[in-house]
Design a protein around this ligand. Structure first.
Ligand code: MG
Length: 378
């Protein structure tokens, strides 16, 4: 399980662009490549929110400078080192930096051992992962545009779709929007609601009342309150017959332990490239399993590296939920990456190549990026 010494760390940040189908503006992604002394390469990705991309790149360079202090480098020892360095001061940007490096070490380890990541994580991994579509758009689609989008997605074979009913809508309008969609989604389409922490905290409960009163069929409700607001999440979960999802902006095992101890969620969605490491995500998933809670990694990231890691993680876990994809991001990611999975008829098939199973073209990536930096290690 030893990776050897890392000789080079490279970082790219991509240009934000309008998606090919015009549905949304795609944010910047941060990719990382580590290369060891034998020339084996590993790819990783950090979950970056707008305006923080270069800050996370700096954190990666700082963290990477300590990587060769570990004598027998592997993802577990790197994760321990990152936790030691953060000294209990967890934060999403630091955790995203450590996630990116650790993800690249898993990719490298898979290549060294000629095994896909899912097989490194489990002896009983699956080949197929159920996915759900995120329909988020910064262009704030009205009900007609959303209906049109959902219709198209269903005709493309997608069976699970997440919407944002409170984006620019009151709880009543949000419920009407759901009602219109229910008329076009068939009984075998699952509808998820992301409330994305409404500015007015009463709106989550008001929407829930409409849903419960009308027995509206909903697969899950996400972020009715901020992930740190465990007290309100617990009381919301207690009055909801629908599974509750939380955790996309939280990191570290301690936080999720508290969420589980206080019975605040049915499904946890730590970000695949922001939680800190796959080692920590696995620990969270083990604790969740014991509590009867499922895990669906958040993936507001590229459909290249982070999404490939997510598919491998979901394939390796028996308590994984559907995996998150953005169909509008797929063609942009294809400009520089052949990912570790293929979406066929609403399902993700893993390609079983070693590591993350991805094939990146770094010159195509550079052509789509506004930032590149490298660190040479001795
Ligand atoms: Mg969300």
């Amino acid at each position: 399980m030893n990776i050897g010494k890392i000789r080079k760390v490279e970082i790219w940040i991509t240009n934000p662009i309008l998606s090919e189908d015009g549905w949304s503006n795609i944010k910047s992604f941060l990719f990382l490549r580590t290369t060891n002394s034998d020339g084996v390469e590993g790819w990783g990705e950090a979950f970056v929110l707008p305006h923080r991309e270069k800050g996370v790149a700096e954190l990666i360079l700082s963290l990477a400078s300590s990587i060769n202090e570990i004598e027998t480098l592997n993802p577990h020892l790197f994760s321990e080192k990152a936790i030691e360095i953060c000294d209990n001061h967890y934060g999403l940007d630091f955790s995203a930096a450590s996630s990116a490096i650790e993800m690249s070490l898993w990719d490298m380890l898979g290549k060294i051992n000629e095994k896909p990541l899912s097989s490194l994580l489990s002896d009983n991994s699956k080949d197929t992962v159920q996915v759900y579509v995120n329909t988020w758009s910064d262009q704030i689609p009205d009900d007609a545009a959303l209906n049109h989008r959902v219709n198209n997605l269903i005709s493309e074979g997608y069976k699970s779709i997440k919407i944002y009913p409170l984006q620019n809508r009151s709880p009543k309008e949000g419920h009407e929007c759901i009602g219109k969609l229910s008329q076009i989604t068939s009984s075998n389409t699952d509808l998820m609601l992301d409330l994305a922490v409404p500015k007015n905290p009463n709106h989550s409960s008001e929407l829930l009342e409409f849903i419960e009163k009308n027995n509206t069929d909903i697969y899950w409700i996400e972020e009715p309150y901020d992930g740190l607001d465990i007290t309100n999440l617990s009381s919301f979960k207690a009055k909801s017959s629908i599974p509750i999802v939380t955790g996309e902006k939280q990191c570290g095992v301690t936080h999720f332990k508290e969420v589980l101890n206080r019975n605040s969620a049915d499904i946890l969605n730590p970000d695949i490239a922001g939680v800190g490491s796959l080692v920590e995500l696995n620990e969270i998933a083990d604790l969740s399993d014991k509590a009867g809670v499922r895990v669906s990694p958040h993936c507001w990231n590229s459909m290249a590296i982070a999404a490939s890691a997510m598919m491998h993680f979901c394939a390796s876990r028996k308590n994984s939920e559907k995996a998150e994809i953005y169909p509008d991001y797929i063609s942009a990611s294809r400009n520089y990456c052949d990912p570790g999975f293929n979406i066929i008829n609403g399902e993700s098939k893993l390609n079983k190549r070693p590591g993350l199973g991805i094939s990146m073209n770094s010159s195509d990536l550079s052509a789509k990026s506004f930032y590149y930096n490298e660190l040479i290690l001795n």
